[in-house]
Design a protein around this ligand. Structure first.
Ligand code: IMP
Length: 214
């Protein structure tokens, strides 16, 4: 249901519902779409309910959110789902990345838990991990397109840098000597105008989406 379907891709124009109640995500989606002449309206502005994320993959959860918003609004809807997968922890926290930080969004505690579990498991270094971002575009007729971006790197402790959010301070992307927490937003999330590969998982997923749908 949620495989990439470039041959059936449709182009987006005018307006799309951003299937998120998170103002930070809405801002980011707006910024990414604006240069393509597409306007994003937030799910909260349309009073749409937030569906339960019951999927087992990033793609499934992005599709659940996008489909629910498209069905409720009658307009195309875009959703994303993302997280950090630590290889020696069997891919955890993965789709539970936000949940590991608890209701108080304590990412210092979530990062400490990762370090604790890696040490307890006796995992050999380097501690490999990757961020994943899945984007889903759902159409009111039920069709859906999904796109996934990934960035690989090593985990470093103690956390470094105060930029970004979430697990950024412990993630050292391959080929770089600064963590995401030590990078400017543009360096991490920017979508290069010359078509070269973006750095972050989210920007990479967006590049695929833009190629097919914008
Ligand atoms: P969701 O996509 O809103 O379900 O949550 C994704 C969670 O994954 C965030 O709360 C962060 O904990 C983590 N995450 C996703 N992308 C990033 C990133 O670029 N940097 C740091 N943490 C991230």
């Amino acid at each position: 249901m949620t495989a990439e379907t470039p041959e059936r891709a449709r182009r987006l124009s005018g307006r799309v519902v951003a299937a998120t109640h998170n103002p930070g995500k809405l801002r980011e989606i707006r910024e990414l779409l604006a240069p393509h002449g597409v306007e994003a309206v937030g799910a909260a502005e349309l009073d749409l309910a937030e569906p339960e994320e019951t999927g087992r993959t990033f793609r499934d959860n992005a599709a659940i959110k996008a489909e629910a918003a498209a069905r409720a609004s009658g307009e195309p809807a875009l959703a994303d789902d993302s997280g950090l997968c630590v290889e020696a922890l069997g891919g955890a926290p993965g789709i539970y990345s936000a949940r590991w930080a608890g209701d108080s969004r304590d990412f210092a505690a979530a990062m400490a838990r990762i370090e604790r579990e890696l040490r307890a498991a006796g995992a050999p270094r380097p501690w490999r991990a990757h961020f994943v971002s899945a984007l889903a575009l759902a159409w009111p007729d039920g069709r859906i397109q999904t796109f996934e971006g990934r960035v690989d790197g090593d985990l470093v402790f103690p956390p470094r840098g105060t930029a970004g959010f979430g697990y950024d301070p412990i993630f050292l992307p391959d080929g770089h000597d600064r963590t995401f927490g030590e990078m400017r937003a543009e360096e991490k999330h920017g979508v290069p105008a010359d078509g070269s590969l973006a750095l972050s998982h989210r920007a990479r997923a967006f590049q695929k989406f833009a190629r097919e749908c914008l």
